[in-house]
Design a protein around this ligand. Structure first.
Ligand code: PEP
Length: 255
């Protein structure tokens, strides 16, 4: 099944508005007209609006790094789906390992965020991944299966088909230590098999599964050659316009 590759840049807590606008302008120049793949950038909340204005009319889409599940209320420090929609977002990252590890995100809250995003017609990029200790204990398959099953609990096959999953081994994020294409493919393939059971063959064939964890210009081509790797969620390297441009313009080789 043909899946449009998706490369997403997670800027994390980098990019005051002026820096974010400069970066967005540079990317609009280089990859604003890219075809055959989708590009998403996820700046900090305060830069969503100005970055959205810079990329308007280009092929680059706007994503947020998190969202709360309630539509409004006394939730100090949180942001709603409507607020993200108003800022021009069409994608939202959910359950990033930094949220899970540093800010108490758990499977149940990932699931609530997913449903809120779906109700608001934002495309969720659901992050899953094992820690190094879990990999060393041979628990990778079980951890990923649990995270995927709980993230999508209560979602219909049609809803799942419109979601994106990012497999991001925690030990590879921001460490310079990438999973080998073979390691990533093995997990991606297992996720796709799980989706057959959770939804259907057709849905499993539609869901885009991104790899994340120290993706760089130097390793993207080999990763993208794997049959179940449909794109990348890029952290550090997405802040460098030349590097991110090269990642987006990865060379297609069939593995
Ligand atoms: C990420 O934050 O999702 C990520 C993959 O970061 P990095 O590319 O820096 O490892």
């Amino acid at each position: 099944m043909n899946r449009t590759p998706l490369i997403a840049g997670n800027w994390k807590m980098h990019g005051a508005r002026s820096e974010a606008v400069v970066l967005a302008r540079a990317l609009t120049e280089t990859i604003g007209r890219v075809s055959g793949r989708e590009v998403v950038i996820a700046p900090p909340f305060t830069a969503l609006d100005p970055v959205g204005q810079v990329i308007a009319g280009s092929q680059i889409r706007l994503g947020a790094q998190n969202v709360h599940w309630e539509p409004k209320g006394a939730y100090t420090g949180e942001i709603s789906t409507a607020m993200l929609g108003e800022a021009g977002c069409t994608y939202v990252i959910i359950g990033h390992s930094e949220r899970r590890q540093l800010f108490g995100e758990v499977d149940e809250t990932v699931n609530r965020r997913l449903h809120a995003a779906l109700r608001a017609e934002l495309v969720p990029i659901v992050c899953v991944g094992e820690t190094l200790a879990e990999r060393d204990a041979d628990a990778t398959a079980a951890i990923i299966e649990r995270q995927v099953a709980s993230a999508f609990a209560g979602a219909s096959s049609t809803q799942i088909a419109g979601c994106v999953i990012a497999y991001e081994p925690v030990w590879a994020i921001g460490t310079g230590c990438t999973a080998t294409p073979g390691q990533a493919q093995e997990v991606h393939h297992a996720i796709r098999r799980q989706l057959v059971g959770l939804a259907s063959d057709t849905t499993a064939g539609r869901v885009r599964i991104l790899y994340g964890g120290s993706v760089k210009a130097a390793n993207i081509d080999a990763l993208m050659a794997e049959p179940d790797i449909d794109g990348a969620l890029v952290g550090g390297a997405s802040l460098d316009p030349a590097e991110f441009t090269r990642i987006v313009c990865y060379e297609e080789t069939q593995g």
